[in-house]
Structures are given as C-alpha cells and as structure tokens.
Design a protein around this ligand. Sequence first.
Ligand code: ZN
Length: 449
Amino acid sequence: MIIEGHFVTHEREFEGQVEVLDGIIARVGIDTELGTPDFKYPRTHRVFPGMSDIHIHAREDATGKQCHKETYTTANAAALNGGVVAAGAMPNQPEPVTTLDRLAWHAQAHADLPVSFMNYVGIGPNTEPLEGDLAHKLYTGPSVGDLFFTSEQGVRDALTRYVGRNVSFHVEDFDVLMENEGQPTHQLRRPVHAVNTALAYVLPMIEEFELDAKLCHWSTGGESFEMIQAHRARQQAAGKSRTTLEVSPLHLIFDADMLKIAPQGWPYVQMNPALQGTEHRVALVEGLRDGTIDYLATDHAPHTLEEKFKKFADLVEGGETREQAYLRLLDSNPAKCNARACLNGTSGTPQLDTYGLVAAWLITDQGFTPERVAEVTSYNPGKFMSRFSDAKLGDIAVGYDGSFTVLDMGASTVVSRENLKTKVGWSPFEGMTFPGKVAQTFVKGVPYK
Ligand SMILES: [Zn+2]
C-alpha cells in the first residue's frame, strides 16, 4: 500500500510517498516515487504519524456497570473519528485495574479492535507492584472513582513499594479539596493551591523514589511551572529521567474567566482539575509550544448528559431530559439557571472525537509549527504507547507501524452531536468551528475513517 502526500513528523515536513507492507512502513520516499499510490492527498492535506491519546477513560470493565457511558468498542470508534490510533486507558473503573488478572481481562476485551489500547495499573493504599514494565496511575486526591489517597503520608507509604517505576500522577491535595467543598464554583472548589500543595510533596517523592513520572492534565502555569522547572533541573543534574507533562484540550480552549461571563456553561466543562483563570490557559498554550508540556492528552471522560446535569434532576417535567430542564430554566430564569449550573455536577468531558481537530487548531489558530504538533500528538505520546504496548508509533520511518492521521487543513469542522462516535454523544466543543478536518485515520495500513 502506497500513500502519497505532504507528510509531517516531529523533525521535518516532506512531499513524497510512503509504502506500508504487512502493516509496517517498508519504504519512505522523500521527493521520490515508489510506485502508483493507493491514496493520494492534495496539497491542503497533512499526513501525520498516527496520533496517540495517552489519557482516556474507556469505562468498560468486568462489572459492566459503566458500559452505558462507553465501551472499548465505542471508544475505538471515537478515537478513529478523531484521528487517534492508540489510547492509554486509566484504571479507575468500578473494578479498578490493580491486578494481573484484571489487566488480562482488559487486554482480551480490546484485543480485536484496531486502536491499540494500553491499560494503566492503579496504585492505591493497598496495592502491590505487579510483574513487568507497566504504566501506573496514582490519584493524590479524589476525582472519579474510589482509587485515591487522602494524605501525603499515604502517598509516601505506597510509593516506597514502587521505586523506579513509571507513575502518572493526578495532582490535587485531599485536604485542600475537602476545605473548599462548599465553594460556589468548580474553580474555587478545586483551587490552584490544591494543585500546588500536592505538587510540593509529589515532586520530592518523584526524586526520592527515582520514579519515571508524568503529571496528568496540567491545569495551571505560574508557580507550578516554576516548581516543575526546578525539579527537572535537579533531575538533570542527577542524571535521572525527566518528569513529563500532559495537557488536555479543554484547558487550552476554555478558562474560568470565560465562565464568569457565561456561568451556564459549567456543566459542560466541569473537569478535574478545574479550569482556572485566563493567565493559566495562556501559560498552558505557551508551555505546550515551548516544550514545558510534552503531550496533548484529552482525559476523555465520557459521562452522559443525564450525569452532567444531575443538579437539575428535581426540575424535570414530563418526559424531559435533565438537559432540557436546564435549557427551559435558562430561558425562563437565567439567574437561577446560572446558580444551579455552578453547583458540583459530574466531572469529566468526552474529547476523543475531537483530538485531530485540536491538532489542526494548534497549527492554524495558535501558530504552532506542524512539527511541534507532530511532536506532542504523535512522537512523544507514540513513544509512551510503544513502551507499554505492541504498537510502534510516533514517526514516519522504516519499521514503524503504517498508522497515519490525515488532516485536511483546507476544510473546517463544526462540532455537532451528529458527527461524534462516543457513546455519550456530546462534546464540550459543540457549536465551535475548528480549522481542519480529520480526513482519514489509518491503522497498520488500513483506512478506518
Ligand atoms: Zn483522567
């Protein structure tokens, strides 16, 4: 199979052809012809190495309790729709992934799907390390599910068992979250200092226990960036691996100052950690551009609209959905609706379907170089996925998987419920026009979109 077009990697852009044999890239022809192309893309299109989203929630487990939200099959469809060929699934299902048996159950559940899923293994107060090189997840405070810690000492006690391991952290301090539970908005219930308080003890522990660490869905700039930079300098001086950072599109596109003007939007964008002020959003965009942040990772968290609008349950009339009750109240009594919308609903937003659109937005609207976008959507996350799964992703070179994300940079896409594949069928970006379109997603030489 030969693809012809304009290719982008983290290092270069080139016109040419790429040949895939048995799912693997066999030849790369820069400015040369290898043969008659099976797929030929016009100059408006950009062919990236298949993109990887290393932080999603697929929700399926042996209990089946959350299969109304998403299953591996529907997450697979949403991923391919968004140009994503590999995804790292977090372990906080009703039955958390903490044992080899459960890990094997999940491996079998997604074995036949084209998207490569990798399962993180949870670290909790009572977990023991498992055999093998695995990606772990640790929640320093409560988010969604029961897999979390309630104190710095608890985190420390657990990490003494995981010296040298790969660990991804959800960084928010339990005590600060509890102290602020009664605050009027999600921004204040999960304030900046919840992140900074936990970060202040997580970073020294990463150094002490020589962890190969990643900090998830980073939500703040300022002080947190300064702490992380000082930490990385110490790691470099000690010859230790560098702690990496994820950022979610939601934190790049929305901020809490926007919600001050339009508080009715909170149910659609409530996520942990919370959106913070504009200065943080801008710092995150710049951090992704300048290399402070390493990965675009969505934290795709499919909750139904009924779950997102649970604070409107008592207003439902007749056969209305909760969202319809919300819209009716927004129309009849906006002030009351806004007050309700700021209450604590369900945290998390579905974002797999829109991954490739955000990549196009970074290039066209935010002025990122295509190579930098390839680095944060394909190369860096591809390296992570390749370490913990059978895939070999992230570059367009001989021996890599013949997986590609083709973006049409000449088109635009209005996000609407009809063009989503996630089982929950909604997006925080509905109504927004993105500059670009996911034209095709190839996994090992096979086009799926
Ligand atoms: Zn998450």
